[in-house]
Write a protein of this length. Structure first.
Length: 200
């Protein structure tokens, strides 16, 4: 699935032709830390659809789990249904809505885990990085709940990734940072990369 804004082309999602749960992008494996660390894992919210690769993984690895998906762009949902087998995922309910507003309007203690995978590097200050979002995020979790968020950026002193971590730390009891580093890569703090933030 490609995103073609104005002058560039971005691979938005990808999956193996014979297995819609395999993308080859290692960051998606770290999203499993959310249900692994949560006290329970009966219901999980995904914010951001892409090709639904992680949704396929969760449905396969945690049988019986109820999955909610909120995606802002109807065309992304349609592409995921037509090309990535989204409709084949059991116990999945799809909501086309703004993810931040969806969480803000959700009843308290709705999900055991929330996976945020809708970060857009093209947007300077996405709503999911605003301080007001984090209390709503915590309120939507059940006791012992966990959040996993995939961000793109650097772990340098300033920037949206650091802003997200600071806001998250002001609301959640425990926050862990998992920079996604290739096995042959020399880690550099200022390199742009996927960074998975885990909050409990």
């Amino acid at each position: 699935m490609l995103l073609v804004p104005r002058t560039s082309e971005l691979v938005w999602s990808r999956a193996a032709l014979n297995d819609p749960s395999r993308s080859g992008w290692p960051y998606s494996e770290f999203l499993h830390l959310a249900p692994a660390l949560a006290s329970q894992r009966s219901r999980v919210l995904f914010v951001g659809c892409g090709g639904g690769v992680s949704l396929h993984q969760f449905a396969s690895n945690y049988p019986g789990m109820t999955l909610d998906l909120v995606e802002h762009e109807p065309v992304v949902v349609k592409l995921a249904q037509d090309w990535f087998g989204l409709d084949a995922i059991p116990q999945l309910t799809v909501h086309v809505a703004d993810g931040v507003e969806f969480i803000a309007n959700a009843p308290p203690k709705t999900w055991d885990a929330i996976v945020l995978d809708a970060y857009d590097a093209e947007v300077g200050a996405p709503a999911c990085c605003q301080p007001a979002f984090f209390p709503a995020l915590r309120r939507a979790l059940r006791p012992g709940g966990t959040v996993a968020c995939n961000l793109i950026g650097t772990l340098g002193k300033n920037g949206p990734v650091r802003d997200f971590i600071a806001s998250c730390s002001s609301v959640f009891d425990t926050v862990r940072i998992v920079p996604v580093v290739d096995i042959h890569e020399a880690y550099a703090r200022d390199s742009v990369r996927n960074v998975v933030v885990i909050a409990r």
